[in-house]
Write a protein that binds this ligand. Structure first.
Ligand code: UD1
Length: 428
């Protein structure tokens, strides 16, 4: 099994290109099920999760074409076309769905277009129970009838298809917002989603749906109003840059020290995280080409953060920020409010010599002057990369085992970091 070996101590200097956002690419690919015409996506990242979703979509009858690399000096994201001329199968089987939670989201478009869906209950990162009750609630509000049968959710639209409804989410959920928004585009009448997620990836998908002919108001706000249409058509859409990858490399540069330009980054999509970095004493500056991160020898201040739905501090950067705080000059409190059990990296960070105590939702991180390289194990996607960040600053060699989680969400991680001077390699 692949591992990552790194030797800490080098500063990072140079440029890191930010890839297309995984969390937008996946729902955008799923949106292709809504129309018989081709949907072309640009800047799709090369990730294991994208590959897995391709298999799932192909099983439903989507023809997928990957267009050639362009002759530029850097590796751009992929340009891909998804054409669901006919939905040939409305079942998303366990074998395909169990490794990735977002694959459950096909339920929305299948139900809207084919009026039925049979989708295995999802798997994905083991970060808390992550139920699907809010998806089912929303779909029922659009008229769907739902049964659970042998681990599958079996959903049927009423005669004539889904109808508009009012969906008030008791908590913000990214996945269920995507699904209800997509389903509502083809429902009869008007749907209002209250307390919708306003993550930039939801906005990106909404904009793509509008380009496909959907009628959506309130994009980027907590209330989405969707007027159903009879059909959607094809479109071309570029996936927005990954704000979580951006924040991850910003924290890597902050941890190792140095001066790095994160090319294509959109600072407006991660203001809360950049503010926390600024408070920690890291120099953060927006530039025409992206975002510059600098830290030259100065100590890191301890900063408390609490994860919140967008525009708050993202849960997907919590582990990386904790890694950074392990070497601060003080005591930082990190509160995880989105997912229970998203502290699996704590035990692994302790192997570097970090001092972290967890009580309930709160992790108290007391900075230490030095981390030492260690053998560690990747547990989930974002936790894995926090171990890489710790390893960049640790004295000596670190070996990160079980890195398949990293490949699910980070494109060419070792190349991007070694290109800036880190001593990091994949060991097969
Ligand atoms: C998405 C992101 C993930 C990110 C998360 C929160 C993708 C592919 N994944 O995951 O990287 O960490 O948003 O920003 O975009 N919940 C319920 N019932 C439901 C659905 C959700 O209780 O039916 C709860 C979850 O357990 C969690 C909270 O709602 O506590 C937020 O989860 P949600 O926003 O739905 O996360 P995902 O869409 O799975």
């Amino acid at each position: 099994m692949d591992r990552i070996r790194l030797v800490g101590g080098n500063q990072l200097h140079g440029e890191i290109p930010i890839s297309g956002a995984k969390n937008a690419a996946l729902p955008l690919m799923i949106a292709s099920l809504l129309t018989r015409e081709p949907l072309t996506l640009e800047n799709v990242p090369r990730l294991a999760d994208v590959k897995q979703l391709e298999r799932i979509l192909e099983n439903h009858g989507v023809d997928i074409a990957v267009h050639g690399r362009r002759a530029t000096d850097q590796v751009d994201g992929q340009r891909m076309t998804f054409e669901a001329a006919e939905i040939v199968d409305t079942t998303a089987p366990y074998e395909l769905v169990s490794t990735m939670r977002a694959s459950f989201w096909v339920i929305g478009p299948l139900l809207a277009r084919a009026h039925e869906a049979r989708v295995s209950l999802p798997g994905g990162c083991a970060i808390g129970t992550r139920p699907v009750d809010l998806f089912l609630y929303g779909l029922k509000e659009l008229g769907a009838e739902i049964d659970i049968d042998e681990g599958y959710v079996v959903a049927r639209a009423p005669a004539g298809g889904l109808r508009g409804g009012r969906v008030v989410f008791p908590k913000v959920t990214v996945g269920a917002t995507h699904v209800i928004m997509m389903a509502a585009t083809l429902a009869r009448g008007t749907t209002v989603i209250e307390n919708a997620a306003m993550e930039p990836e939801v906005t990106d998908v909404a904009e793509c749906l509008v380009a496909m002919g959907a009628r959506i108001d309130g994009i980027g706000t907590r209330t989405l109003t969707i007027e159903g249409v009879d059909e959607l058509h094809g479109a071309t859409h570029a996936v927005l840059p990954d704000r979580i990858e951006t924040g991850t490399y910003a924290m890597a540069a902050a941890m190792a020290g140095g001066n790095v330009l994160l090319r294509n980054a959109r600072p407006a999509h991660l203001e809360a995280a950049l503010a926390a970095l600024g408070q920690a004493g890291v120099h953060v500056a927006e530039e025409a080409g992206g975002l510059r991160i600098m830290r030259n020898g100065n100590g890191l201040q301890a900063v408390d953060v609490e994860t919140q739905p967008f525009p708050g501090f993202p849960t997907d950067l919590q582990a990386q920020f904790m890694a950074l705080m392990t070497m601060s000059d003080g005591v930082a409190q990190i509160r995880e409010t989105i997912f229970e059990n998203r502290y699996m990296h704590v035990a692994e960070l302790a192997r570097f010599g970090a001092d972290i105590r967890v009580e309930g939702q709160v992790a108290t991180v007391t900075g230490v002057p030095e981390l030492r390289g260690a053998q560690v194990m990747a547990t989930d996607l974002r936790a894995s990369v926090s171990l890489v960040i710790a390893g960049l600053a640790a004295r000596g060699e670190t070996m990160v085992n079980r890195i398949y989680h990293l490949d699910r969400g980070f494109e060419r991680l070792e190349e991007k970091l070694s290109g800036c001077g880190a001593e990091i390699e994949r060991v097969v």
